[in-house]
Design a protein around this ligand. Structure first.
Ligand code: URA
Length: 432
């Protein structure tokens, strides 16, 4: 029997803990036998002392064993591929990737999460579609993946319950942004969810947990090792989160942008990330093709309308109305204009994410309700040149006062300078 206080002390003093003790701590916490305050102290000790690879694996393994696991592959009789993002501003990638990959003949069954703070969650975005339900039983989830090729639902309570509890605790104890805890949180869910091959989108920059390429590479490497230890193939894309992804930040705006991208009319940076992720997922699938062929097929599914057809079937299967005109519209639309001529040298992702949050697009606490109609459209991105008075962005607000506040915040997120215009690549590195 472990003594949590003694375990916390040893971690605090920099000792490496044996796997069995980490396992008892996590399983005891998941069963409600160890209180929040002791896990909070443990997470803070990990924050300052880190974890070895063996400890991180023990933590991940215990989290998986805290609940049930899914074998989607056996139910489908197919190799299962999955993607996951470490989270950012304007990140609606899953909503566009799912229909494209499914249209290429690879089934996608995905469990997603909600947003908190300045990062949005896929489930909140999907719930801006009138009628759309994210609550499917496991049987209905599997049936829909078989029949439609695509289902995206909320995580069930019995899959990695330790992560659900621990993530909530980390969120209010300043212990989210620490590598071993992020790696084990993400990989426990991916492994328990039954994915054979996983594409991880590790965000880097101002709006991401990992602020530097070096930290992002370390997180990618840790997740790769956890996946390989569990016999899964993992590819990590390191992608730019120094500015919002695409133009849209805010739930219904992001749904509209994801749909546009599925039909080939999305913003360039977002389109590039989506097609790259699709190509890698297809190359890891049981189709037996390489990335170049995966890219070609993904582009063809977008070009011939088959990806849009899957998108519409999927939204209807989960009770939603796929017509973009059915999405909630904010009553107030305000423009953000360039105060001078120049080029955009910075567009702060967190600042835009926080502006959307204050408009009501996100939650400050878990209990907050979301206004699905509000948000920001960043029409001009880093590297572009503008003339004085050009529209940089648009704010969609519930009322004039909150809209004006957001206009000021978004304007402050744009830094204009005199550098020559240049492209900023979305894909920064690949770790595999
Ligand atoms: N996403 C997760 O699922 N867990 C983390 O800890 C961070 C991002």
């Amino acid at each position: 029997m472990i003594h949590p206080a003694e375990l916390i002390e040893r971690k605090r003093n920099g000792e490496e803990l044996p796997a069995g003790e980490i396992s008892e701590l996590i399983l005891g916490y998941a069963r409600g036998e160890i209180p929040d305050y002791q896990l909070a102290a443990f997470c803070m000790a990990v924050y300052f002392r880190g974890m070895t690879a063996a400890e991180t694996y023990a933590l991940t393994d215990a989290m998986i064993r805290s609940g049930r696991t899914l074998d989607l592959g056996a139910a489908l009789g197919r190799k299962v591929v999955d993607k996951h993002s470490t989270g950012g501003v304007g990140d609606k990638t899953t909503i566009a990737v799912g229909p494209i990959v499914a249209a290429c003949g690879v089934p996608v069954g995905k469990m997603s999460g909600r947003g908190l703070g300045h990062t949005g969650g896929t489930l909140d975005k999907l719930e801006s579609i009138p009628g759309f339900s994210v609550d499917l039983s496991i049987d209905d989830f599997v049936r829909q993946v078989q029949e439609v090729g695509l289902a995206i639902v909320g995580q069930t309570d019995d899959l990695v319950p330790a992560d659900k509890k621990l993530y909530g605790l980390r969120d209010v104890t300043a212990t989210v942004d620490i590598l071993p805890l992020i790696a084990s949180s993400i990989m426990s869910k991916k492994i328990a969810g039954g994915a054979d091959a996983i594409v991880l989108d590790v965000k880097v920059g101002d709006g991401a947990f990992m602020k530097t390429l070096e930290d992002a590479r370390a997180l990618a490497q840790a997740m790769l090792e956890l996946g390989e230890h569990a016999g899964r193939q993992v590819v990590c894309l390191l992608t730019d989160m120094d500015q919002p992804l695409g133009a849209a930040v805010g739930n219904s705006l992001e749904i509209a942008e994801a749909r546009d991208t599925v039909r080939g009319e999305g913003p360039p940076d977002f389109t590039e990330l989506v097609l790259d992720a699709c190509a890698r997922l297809l190359s890891l699938s049981d189709l037996g093709i390489d990335e170049d062929e995966g890219r070609r097929r993904a582009e063809a599914a977008v070009g011939d309308g088959s990806a849009l057809a899957v998108y519409e079937r999927w939204i209807r299967a989960q009770g939603g109305d796929p017509d973009p005109a059915a999405l909630p519209q904010a009553p107030v639309v305000l423009e953000v204009r360039a105060p001078r001529e120049g080029s955009v040298v910075r567009l702060g992702a967190i600042a835009v994410g926080m502006a959307a949050l204050h408009l009501g697009a996100g939650r400050r606490t878990k209990e907050d309700a979301i206004d699905h109609s509000v948000g920001v459209l960043c029409h001009v991105k880093r590297g572009a040149s503008v003339a004085a008075g050009d529209v940089l962005a648009e704010v969609r607000a519930g009322d004039e006062a909150s809209g004006e506040e957001a206009v000021a915040a978004v304007l402050a997120a744009y830094e204009l300078g005199d550098e020559p215009p240049r492209e900023h690549p979305i894909l920064l590195d690949v770790v595999s």
